[in-house]
Design a protein around this ligand. Sequence first.
Ligand code: NI
Length: 258
Amino acid sequence: MELFDSHCHLTAEQFDADRDAVIQRAMDAGVTRILTLATDVSSSRAAIALAEKFDAVFCAIGIHPESVAKAATRDLRLIRELAAHPKVVALGEIGLDFYWDKTTADLQQKFFEQQLELAAELNLPVCIHDRDAHDKLIATLENFAPAPPRGALHAFSGDAALAQRAFDLGYVVSFGGPITFKNNKTAPALLNALPLEKILIETDAPYLTPHPWRGKRNEPAYVKLVAQQIATARGLSVAQVAAQTTHNALELFRLKGQ
Ligand code: NI
């Protein structure tokens, strides 16, 4: 079985004590590829360094919406330079977050649009963060002319209608730990309704830890629990879900043959 954790943060300080062991545990659990996401310039540099060290690790670099207040305009120039590295396969995570901070909404929008433009110019897909910003975010993509760069909506928290608008733009949606939570009543029907060819799996480690480890630190090995949840909802085997979601990720990040 080959699993692809399409979104995590391996450079987070929560992994400082045992990062190599965490990556080894993931490989032992069948996770053959991991995409680690940056949130600012310094974590972008760290993500590239980590990807250089491990064949299985690839990275997405960029300015996270929660990082825009501390970001400078020149940071986008640095991201552009860093994106030339062969293990940078996407820009991310980028997007809008009106849950943690509404006061930076205009600045978030500016960085989001500029990074979409950069991704389009560099011909890279994007990994998008959307928290309490569904309408604004999907409208930004729909209004992006002539077409937005391809991408994934990570930790998807919308409904089937929002997912359809994303699919119409050529996007995929990515699911993580929250679909395994016992109080998530809507996940099974949604997971059953969406086409499996449009779904990625992720951990968002060290955050959003799936059941039964909720409350503890998350790590990429647990992406199998996410695959298991989708398999249960759709009446498939974990292996089938792993194969299709890995195929989807390899296609989006243009890693076929790697
Ligand atoms: Ni994330």
